[in-house]
Design a protein around this ligand. Structure first.
Ligand code: MRU
Length: 340
C-alpha cells in the first residue's frame, strides 16, 4: 500500500469524519471520529490535525457536520446557523489563511441552493472537492518544485509540510516525492521543530515510511549542516503569504532562512495559491498564534524547566520576502520581486 493511503490527515468514510491523531504519531496510529463542531475546533486547536491545507480541509468537513446538526427546513435559519459555525471554527487557529479560505468556500455554496437538504449536500460536496483538489494542487507543487532540484541534492526542511499536512504529497515535501516517482534521489535533513516536534514526529516518520533518505537534526544544528556544505537548498511550507511575499511558517523558519542566506543556499517556500493572502499587505499584518507556555516548559509531556519560569511560545514567525529565493505554487514558481 502507498504511504499516501495510510497517512491521510482527514478521511470521510461511511458518513463519518475521521482525523488521524497527529499528536500520537509516530508512537501510535489512532483515528479520532469528529462528530460535532466543538470536537473539530478542539482537534484543530490541539494539533490533532495541523498544517495549513489540512486545517482547511478539516474545517470544511466541520462545516458539513454543522450542516447535518441543523434540524429544520427554514433556509434563513439554516444560513444563520452556518454563519455562526463559520465564525466559531474561524477562531480555532489564527495564522493559516487556508482555514478562513475553506470556510468561505463552503459557505459560498449555500446561496445557490433552494432548500436545506440541497444546501447540506452542496456543503459536503464542497468539502470533498476541496480535499480532492488539494491532492492535485500538491502534486503540481512538486512538479514545479522539481525544476529547482537536481538528482543527488540534499534539502533541509523545517516542521512538517508533507502528506500529513495536506491531501497527499504535501507542499515542501512534494518535490521530494515527485523526484522519487521519477527515479531521482533527493535526500532530506529534517529539523526536529521544537516545541512540538513536527519535524521528528511527522516529517521523519513519513519520509522514512516512503523510503526517502532522511536525517533528523535538532533545530540548533541547522547552521552547522549548512556551514559544512551538506545542504543544497531549503524548502519549507507556509501558513500565509502576505501580498509583498513575506511568509509566516512554523517558528524557527526565519532563522533557517537567515542561515541559508548567510551560506548562499537557496531558500524556497512551497504553498498552494490559496495560502497567498492579498488582503494581508505585509508580514507585520499576519496574526501570529501564541500557544500555551506549557509546550515550551515540557518535552513529550515531561517537565523540562524549573517550575515558575516564564516561557514564550509563538507558534509561527515571519520570513521577510528578501530572504525567499522563490515561492513554489501549483501554478508555477514565483521569483522576486514579489507583487502578489
Ligand atoms: O503548527 P502546525 O504544525 O500546524 O504548523 C505547520 C506548519 O508550519 C507548516 O509548515 C505549514 O502549515 C505548511 S503545511 C503544508
Amino acid at each position: 500500500m502507498n504511504l499516501f493511503d495510510t497517512v491521510q490527515p482527514v478521511v470521510y468514510k461511511d458518513g463519518k469524519v475521521l482525523f488521524l491523531d497527529q499528536t500520537a504519531l509516530p508512537l501510535s496510529t489512532k483515528w479520532v471520529e469528529i462528530d460535532s463542531i466543538e470536537a473539530c475546533w478542539n482537534a484543530i486547536r490541539a494539533l490533532v490535525v495541523r498544517g495549513a491545507p489540512a486545517i482547511g480541509i478539516a474545517v470544511a468537513f466541520g462545516m458539513s457536520i454543522a450542516a447535518m446538526d441543523y434540524h429544520g427546513d427554514d433556509m434563513s435559519a439554516f444560513t444563520s446557523h452556518m454563519k455562526k459555525a463559520h465564525s466559531y471554527l474561524a477562531t480555532s487557529r489564527p495564522t493559516a489563511v487556508n482555514l478562513v479560505w475553506a470556510l468561505n468556500r463552503v459557505c459560498s455554496r449555500i446561496d445557490a441552493t433552494r432548500d436545506v437538504a440541497e444546501a447540506k449536500n452542496a456543503i459536503l460536496s464542497e468539502a470533498l472537492t476541496i480535499q480532492k483538489e488539494d491532492e492535485d494542487i500538491c502534486r503540481n507543487i512538486g512538479v514545479h518544485g522539481i525544476t529547482l532540484l537536481r538528482d543527488g541534492m540534499t534539502i533541509l526542511t523545517h516542521c512538517n509540510a508533507g502528506a500529513l499536512a495536506t491531501s497527499r504529497y504535501g507542499t515542501a515535501l512534494s518535490a521530494v516525492y515527485v523526484a522519487k516517482e521519477r527515479g531521482m534521489n533527493i535526500k532530506v535533513y529534517a529539523d526536529e521543530t521544537r516545541p512540538l516536534l513536527q519535524g521528528s514526529r511527522l516529517t521523519a516518520y513519513e519520509l522514512l515510511a516512503s523510503g526517502i533518505d532522511v536525517t533528523l537534526i535538532t533545530d540548533s544544528m541547522a547552521a552547522y549542516v549548512m556551514g559544512k556544505g551538506l545542504i543544497d537548498a531549503c524548502i519549507v511550507g507556509c501558513d500565509r503569504v502576505a501580498a509583498n511575499g513575506d511568509t509566516a511558517n512554523k517558528i524557527g523558519t526565519y532563522g533557517v532562512a537567515l542561515i541559508a542566506k548567510a551560506h548562499n543556499i537557496p531558500f524556497y517556500v512551497a504553498c498552494p495559491t490559496s495560502t497567498i493572502d492579498i488582503n494581508t499587505p505585509t508580514g507585520e499584518d499576519i496574526v501570529i498564534e501564541e500557544r500555551d507556555a506549557s509546550e515550551v516548559l515540557s518535552f513529550m509531556g515531561v517537565a523540562s524547566a524549573p517550575s515558575g519560569v516564564k516561557a514564550l511560545n509563538p507558534a509561527f514567525d515571519v520570513t521577510p520576502n528578501a530572504l525567499i529565493s522563490a515561492i513554489i505554487t501549483e501554478k508555477g514558481v514565483i521569483r522576486p520581486p514579489y507583487s502578489l
